[in-house]
Design a protein around this ligand. Structure first.
Ligand SMILES: Cc1cc2nc3c(=O)[nH]c(=O)nc-3n(C[C@H](O)[C@H](O)[C@H](O)COP(=O)(O)OP(=O)(O)OC[C@H]3O[C@@H](n4cnc5c(N)ncnc54)[C@H](O)[C@@H]3O)c2cc1C
Length: 505
């Protein structure tokens, strides 16, 4: 297993693997590290689709895609970056199609497209409701074919800089052996995903979305931006938070209250719809997603995964029954500030995907634009990091601190249970840093987080084994999420006016 390369990529989701393919094609020697397995990355959970103005299901244009994205962003996005992303979208789909992604087709064999919230046209290309899974598996296949080395169960601990403060590698925990290892690289790309799991069980996200890369970059001095913008998805299943995709509403599903009344526009952007549902729940109503009228054939052909998820996690069959829902944390617009070349404020450190903020979503992301972003900017990050690596080949002197966080944690008391605290923070954030926020509730959340951080050495791990210590990994994730939580609340407190997903009363 190599420990030295031109471009080191942390994360093997859609963004990381797209970056890997493009860096390799640009002539770089590439290595990908991931704390889990590529096929378990959150990208596999994406269901509804990926946006591109192809016009296969009625009239559409790149201009309309740009306008919809800008509107949904509430003035917090970079118009140039959005224009670039939306203009590149048809090429991105063409590329995915060419490498073998099995998109659903129309009767004329064109790529099928469906409506998602906030879009003026049916713009989301899809593969039933398994879009992310099909995309990820295909890109992963292409990485294997290109002989890109992917090392699994390697956990990023620290970003390393040389004596000139240029990023030159990473300190990593090998989860299998328990060893802390050094990886050297001319350029590093972070593609480590978002941070919605700070809301713990009140989130649609995979348990891995703890904001590790963002916290690690922040500690290394990288700038973060818009961290208060957390998107709540209107249709999480009530008891499990498992997502019922926007595609269910795109196909014509209704949102109804206990009386069976529709009370909102089902295809409004997510911030607006989540608030409308939240209001209804506060009135004492239960809220449901109703797709019964779509019929079994359409549901089984277009939404097979939604039916399976509802049966499995809520014990209801949406062909015959209503699905109880509530809004839950789903996507984090905030992240590591990057420029148009996907380079962060640290020289030699690049970022793409949900951990990065290319300012294309602003205060509220449109459904279907995240898969698009990971492909468009994954490519940019890969190409630019490869170019940077080629121009920065001199031998570096690493600034290695002797102690790693793993050694430090061994000295913690472990008299308090961090799992209980993780759950507590999830509930606290859902209530105080959620869909509707008040200054005093935000202040309460900040003071709680600060107090937990001050007492961090009272927590710790009970498992002292070296090999496969998942207790240790989960504790490091907990520590990372505390850093992220603090920035999220501080940013929320400093934005005094409501804007998109940040709604303050
Ligand atoms: C249920 C669901 C449905 C969705 N549906 C859609 C949709 O239909 N359309 C759309 O556009 N978007 C959708 N999204 C959003 C979209 O899927 C994500 O934003 C996107 O896939 C993120 O990709 P990524 O590559 O940035 O991160 P991820 O896919 O989350 O990958 C992150 C990678 O980083 C690795 N990693 C993290 N921390 C570390 C560490 N410390 N050390 C080493 N490796 C690390 C992980 O192991 C993983 O490999 C959905 C999201 C969810 C949760």
């Amino acid at each position: 297993m190599k420990k030295k390369c031109d471009v080191l990529i942390i994360g093997a989701g859609g963004a990381g693997l797209t970056a890997a393919l493009n860096a390799k094609e640009s002539g770089a020697d590439v290595l990908v590290l991931t704390k889990e397995y590529p096929t378990r990355s959150q990208t596999c959970m994406a269901q509804g689709g990926i946006n591109a103005a192809l016009g296969n299901a009625g009239e559409d244009s790149i201009e309309a895609h740009i306008a919809n994205t800008l509107k949904s962003a509430h003035g917090q996005a970079d118009e140039e970056a959005i224009t670039f992303m939306c203009s590149e979208a048809p090429k991105a789909i063409e590329w995915l199609d060419s490498i073998g992604v099995c998109f659903s087709r129309t009767s004329e064999s064109k790529i099928a497209q469906r409506a998602l919230g906030g879009a003026s046209a049916s713009r989301a290309c899809y593969a039933q409701d398994y879009t992310g899974l099909k995309i990820l598996h295909t890109i992963y296949d292409r990485c294997l074919e290109a002989e890109i080395e992917i090392q699994n169960e390697k956990y990023l601990l620290e970003i390393l800089k040389d004596d000139e403060a240029l990023v030159c590698g990473a300190k990593v925990l090998d989860i299998r052996t328990g060893d802390v290892e050094i990886y050297e690289a001319n350029a590093v790309i972070l593609a480590s995903g978002g941070y919605s799991r700070i809301y713990d069980k009140n989130s649609t996200n995979s348990s891995a979305s703890t904001g590790d890369g963002i916290a690690t970059a922040y500690r290394a001095g990288a700038e973060l931006i818009d961290m208060e913008f957390v998107q709540f998805h209107p249709t999480g299943l009530k008891s499990s938070s498992i997502l019922i995709s926007e595609s269910a509403r795109g196909e014509g599903g209704y949102v109804v209250n206990s009386k069976g009344e529709r009370f909102t526009n089902e295809l409004a952007p997510r911030d607006i719809l989540s608030r409308a549902i939240n209001e209804e729940i506060k009135k004492g109503e239960e809220v449901f997603l109703d797709i019964r009228h779509l019929g079994e054939k359409l549901i089984d052909e277009g939404l097979p995964q939604e039916r399976k998820l509802a049966k499995l996690y809520e014990n209801v069959d949406p062909v015959h029954q209503l699905m109880p829902i509530r809004p839950v944390a789903h996507y984090t617009m905030g992240g590591i500030r990057v420029d148009r070349k996907s380079e962060t404020s640290l020289k030699g450190l690049f970022a793409c995907g949900e951990c990065a903020n290319h300012r294309v979503h602003g205060a509220n992301r449109l459904g279907g634009n995240s898969l698009l972003e990971i492909v468009v900017f994954g490519k940019e990050a890969g190409v630019n990091a490869a170019l940077y690596a080629k121009e920065n080949t001199k031998t570096r002197t690493l600034n290695l601190e002797t102690k790693s966080i793993v050694d430090e944690i061994k000295e913690y008391e472990n008299s308090l249970d961090f799992y209980a605290k993780r759950e507590y923070i999830g509930e606290l954030f859902y209530k105080n840093v959620g869909i509707v926020r008040t200054k005093s509730e935000l202040e309460e959340a900040l003071s709680e987080i600060k107090s937990i951080k001050e007492n961090i050495s009272k927590y710790g791990v009970s498992d002292s084994s070296k090999i496969y210590n998942t207790n240790l990994v989960e504790f490091i994730e907990f520590k990372n999420s505390l850093d992220v939580c603090e920035v999220v609340v501080s940013s929320a407190l400093s934005r005094e006016v409501s804007c998109g997903a940040h709604y303050i009363v």
